[in-house]
Design a protein around this ligand. Structure first.
Ligand SMILES: [Fe+2]
Ligand SMILES: [Fe+2]
Length: 167
């Protein structure tokens, strides 16, 4: 189970606060799954809602700080959210909690890499241009050309949909 630690801190207070909440909600969902299906569904729904806001916040920061609308970081957010929603659907509609059981630890592995690569690159970019996360104001505007990569040297892989396929 993923726990909050210094290695996940990116020195971006707003992003770090959201990430710490994500780690706690992920752990809560894993614990809930061990308890009972209704508790797991409620806990997983809370995790999805939080993740939607978490990714939306970073996508907004990218949009207002020089990233192209289509960029690999935002694309990965969309892929992961879609996967999480599909896992929710399988549990709700078919009562199949296998995919949820597999995807929760997988999300922990994915998040560690994502935070340390794409999110770290975004945090450093926002810091460099003097972006104010509350107002969107930019003290040192970036180059005019939109950024289509993740803004870092490496990209982390998203969890693969095959990992949650039902038998
Ligand atoms: Fe993030
Ligand atoms: Fe991100």
């Amino acid at each position: 189970m993923l726990t909050w630690s210094d290695e996940l801190v990116l020195d971006h207070p707003a992003m770090d606060a959201t990430h710490e909440e994500f780690v706690a909600l992920l752990a809560a969902a894993e614990a809930a799954l061990a308890e009972s299906p209704p508790v797991a569904l409620a806990s997983y729904a809370t995790l999805i809602e939080h993740t939607r806001a978490h990714f939306g916040q970073e996508d907004r920061w990218m949009a207002e700080s020089g990233f192209a609308r289509e960029n690999c970081h935002s694309f990965q957010h969309a892929q992961v959210l879609e996967l999480m929603q599909e896992v929710d659907r399988l549990a709700r509609e078919l009562g199949d909690f296998g995919p949820m059981q597999r995807v929760l630890p997988e999300l922990g592995h994915w998040f560690r890499v994502h935070a340390q690569s794409m999110d770290a690159a975004l945090a450093s970019h926002l810091d460099q241009i003097g972006h104010d996360p509350a107002t969107g104001h930019i003290a040192r505007p970036p180059a005019a050309r939109p950024i289509t990569g993740c803004g870092g040297k490496s990209c982390s892989a998203a969890p693969q949909p095959g990992e949650t396929e039902t038998a």
